[in-house]
Design a protein around this ligand. Structure first.
Ligand code: FAD
Length: 264
């Protein structure tokens, strides 16, 4: 069994997301970046299949050199190899272009049975990448998977449960296939100290578009037919006070508020 998991780096807070001049969401600004909270569920799904059936799990990110950090986290969780695709020509890419890049990386890794993604990324929330990836590779796609019921690489079959608004749907597809998983499919494992130490010493290969056989004119702003016109954060909930300051100042203010309200 060979699985490839796609992990995305996202800004830690919604304030880290903005719209660029060319009309795309960008994760700019000096804030922190981390693994998209959905993606450890995708990694765990692939690792559980490997634990049960044997095989190998690879992780891939399309990003920049900063994203090496999340690929090392995937290694620490237990994936066998991690790969970064980084290229200046990716600037301005929309989800379709990113799917083209991920498809190129999957082809370079080769001989995959299963591709696993999160059901939607926390910043752009498009849920496009999974389906576009399947179309580009011409393989089946099963989205919003809440359980993998059966996986048989020899018989080339996967059976899953999809959780829908109005119920559950059991679906089967032939392998290779792409699945997108929902939060809660499995509890992601914590990396062990040994895993973290080993991962810190691993090299993460960085591939350019040329390395994965993707034409630069089909990605980036030129290869991205969709544009985001505006992006607004959800309105701040009323009656909520955001406490700011150093940890000590925030703790002191919080204690004061609790005393003022006579909670204690
Ligand atoms: C170098 C670079 C420059 C970019 N520049 C822009 C820009 O200028 N404007 C802009 O709008 N967007 C830009 N993007 C972001 C890119 O368009 C998003 O990754 C893409 O929009 C994915 O959309 P989504 O988050 O809605 O994915 P969804 O379809 O919601 O994501 C579902 C799943 O797909 C997988 N996935 C998604 N993106 C990636 C990824 N990058 N790597 C690995 N797995 C992934 C994950 O498993 C994720 O859980 C850039 C990305 C890169 C790498």
């Amino acid at each position: 069994m060979k699985a490839i998991v796609f992990v995305k780096e996202v800004p830690e807070t919604p304030e880290g997301v903005s719209v660029s001049e060319n009309g795309q969401v960008q994760a700019a600004g000096g804030g922190n970046f981390l693994t998209d909270p959905i993606d450890p569920f995708a990694i765990e799904t692939a690792l559980q299949i490997k634990d049960a059936k044997g095989g190998e799990v690879h992780a891939v990110t399309a990003g920049n050199s900063r994203a090496e950090k999340i690929l090392k986290e995937a290694l620490a969780m237990g994936v066998d190899n991690s790969y970064l695709v980084a290229d200046d020509a990716l600037e301005g890419s929309d989800p379709n272009a990113i799917a083209r890049v991920l498809a190129g990386a999957a082809k370079k890794i080769g001989d995959y049975d299963l591709l696993v993604t999160g059901d939607r990324a926390a910043d752009d929330n498009s849920s496009i990448v999974t389906a576009a990836l399947a179309q580009l590779l011409d393989i089946p796609v099963l989205t919003f998977v809440s359980e993998v019921v059966d996986f048989d690489a020899d018989a080339k079959k996967i059976r899953v449960v999809r959780t829908l608004e109005n119920g559950r749907q059991v679906m089967e597809a032939t392998l290779p296939a792409v699945i997108s998983v929902m939060k809660g499919i499995h509890e992601p494992r914590y990396p062990s100290l040994l895993g973290i130490r080993k991962a810190s010493k691993r090299e993460v290969p960085s591939w350019s578009l040329a390395d994965i056989g993707v034409d630069p004119s089909t990605v980036g702003a030129a290869g991205s037919p969709t544009k985001i016109r505006s992006l607004d954060p959800p309105p701040a909930p009323s009656g909520v006070e955001m406490i700011t300051g150093s940890p000590e100042e925030m703790a002191a203010t919080l204690v004061q508020r609790i005393m003022d309200k006579k909670v204690l």
